[in-house]
Design a protein around this ligand. Structure first.
Ligand code: FES
Length: 327
């Protein structure tokens, strides 16, 4: 039985805590570092107030606009595979420390052309880490991502690591020897790969339902099957995937302990609706699709409203996706 998820900050217990928000009294976790007088946090094994007091002042806390906030690699990428029109699997060699820190599922990076302005940075989930090489899948859809490929460019500036790519991460980390249903559609497929690997490491049995989504192709089925996952491909998640889900939820023998939804928010909400229709209430981890600009809890672009009427910055805050108000 998985526990109810308490909101917390993904950067606690990482080298990136305390962060810039502790400087401005906007820490997402520590009440004192929000300007309150009373100590009132969900203790997570570390006191951020003391860490801020005693840790050496970090270079990224200075007012120098050019000092990097996280690790940065000015490097090149190669296109390993064209997956669909405008969608490519890229391999990028990055700093060893950056590659190592991206091995955890839910990790993502920001990318842009090194010669472009800061605001061209866009977030991308990491699909695989192999030595110092990372693999990501990019859909060259908007002005930022498509710019990476214009004029035959192969230069890229990678900034990271960032960790909050999946809501419900503690469920994925802590479930063991369980039955898991992994539902992945379209561009949800790349983050589904490290999630599947993590779930298998903990002795879980995983069934996957995969759909092509807007990019029009399923490209991780063979990889998941090799790992020992039972894969069901459907041509449309809305039409056939949700039907398959309803059948699984109606069968007590097949009903999973945890559902992982990797795909657009419409898919996440479709699964919640299917659970409500079946009268079951399972924990659901879900990929984080919010628009991100800074990744540091500063700009507010990733803010979402919760059922208890609080606004959380989802680049930092771990939460149960079902607690977000549908927008
Ligand atoms: S991306 Fe800027 S606050 Fe989250």
């Amino acid at each position: 039985m998985l526990n109810k998820l308490l909101m917390s900050c993904i950067d606690i217990n990482s080298p990136y805590c305390p962060c810039l928000l502790s400087q401005t009294n906007h820490c997402t976790f520590c009440s004192h570092l929000k300007g309150e007088l009373v100590c009132d946090c969900n203790w997570s094994g570390v006191c951020i107030l003391y860490e801020k007091q005693w840790q050496q002042k970090k270079p990224r806390w200075t007012n120098d606009a050019d000092s990097p906030v996280r690790l940065e690699s000015d490097t090149e990428f190669i296109i390993k595979q064209k997956i669909a029109e405008h969608t490519y699997l890229l391999e990028i060699e990055v700093l060893p420390a950056l590659a190592q820190s991206l091995a955890k599922c839910g990790s993502f990076i920001f990318m842009r052309r090194p010669s472009d302005q800061q605001f061209y940075h866009f977030p991308v989930g990491v699909m695989k880490v192999d030595g110092n090489n990372i693999q990501v899948v990019i859909e060259g859809a908007g002005p930022k991502s498509s710019r990476l490929f214009t004029d035959g460019n192969r230069q890229v500036l990678v900034r990271g690591p960032y960790f909050n790519g999946i809501f419900g991460q503690p469920w994925i980390d802590n479930v063991d020897n369980g039955k898991i249903l992994l539902i992945a559609g379209g561009m949800g497929q790349p983050p589904a790969v490290p999630i599947a690997r993590k779930l298998l490491t903990n002795g879980n049995s995983v069934k996957a339902i995969l759909a092509p989504g807007k990019i029009g192709t399923v490209f991780i089925a063979a990889e998941l099957a090799v790992l020992g996952i039972q894969v069901q491909e459907v041509t449309s998640m809305r039409q056939f995937g949700m039907h398959a889900l309803a059948e699984i939820l109606a069968d007590p023998e097949a009903c999973p302990e945890l559902i992982v939804s990797a795909g657009p928010d419409s898919q996440h909400y479709g699964i919640i609706a299917a659970m409500q229709a079946a009268g079951v209430n399972l924990p659901m981890a879900a990929t984080n699709n919010t628009t991100m600009c800074c990744g540091e809890g500063i700009c507010g672009s990733c803010e979402r409203l919760t059922r208890n009427n609080s606004r959380v910055r989802t680049c930092k805050v771990q939460a149960d996706f079902s607690q977000f108000i549908q927008e």
